[in-house]
Design a protein around this ligand. Structure first.
Ligand SMILES: [Zn+2]
Length: 175
């Protein structure tokens, strides 16, 4: 990367528990990415930092025209080269769509929790503009997941009353 000289201030990076390397010296833009400027004058290049990092690690020609750099970790500010992969535009869009879909399901789940888990499949379907069968499938999955969790922690939800805690072991047997 001989042609690139950092123009602006140094990069300070923190590493999170998940191994994401996030620059704290640079603000993320409205789309969640960090832009960095390299070089001087007419040679100045502004590019997404993670794109630059990818090329710096994999070589100048590692990104064919039209290819994009995807965050495997879904953290757009991350610049850990191990969390980055090159994808064709089409594959990147597909991957982003899956992420968007997962985000929507998470939001729906929060909505369900915020409504004390008493929301109907139809109400959920209306709120998130999906079919009723989809919403019902979500509800079913969340409920069985909660039951699984409760078992795993040796405590069934709903058995907490006052000071009385009924404990169950992992097989669901009362202790
Ligand atoms: Zn990461």
């Amino acid at each position: 990367m001989a042609n690139y000289k950092p123009k602006s201030r140094a990069l300070f990076i923190v590493t999170t528990e998940t191994g994401c390397m996030v620059p704290i010296s640079h603000k993320v833009n409205t789309t969640g990415y960090i832009t960095k400027r390299w070089g001087w004058g007419k040679d100045c290049i502004a590019e997404q930092l993670h794109r630059f990092i990818y090329r710096a690690h994999h070589g100048e020609h590692s990104l064919p025209k039209g290819w994009e750099v995807d965050h495997i970790c879904r953290n757009r500010a991350c610049c850990n080269p191990r969390h980055l992969r090159a994808l064709s535009k089409t594959d990147h869009a597909r991957s982003s769509n899956i992420t968007r879909h997962e985000t929507m399901i998470e939001q729906a789940r929060c909505y369900w929790l915020a409504h004390s888990k008493s929301i109907t499949g139809q109400a959920l379907a209306d709120a998130f503009d999906v079919g009723k069968s989809t919403a019902s499938r979500w509800l079913q999955a969340w409920k069985s997941e909660e039951a699984e969790d409760a078992k795993r922690w040796g405590l069934f939800a709903g058995t907490l009353s006052g000071d009385t805690v009924t404990r169950y072991d992992a097989r669901g047997d009362r202790q």
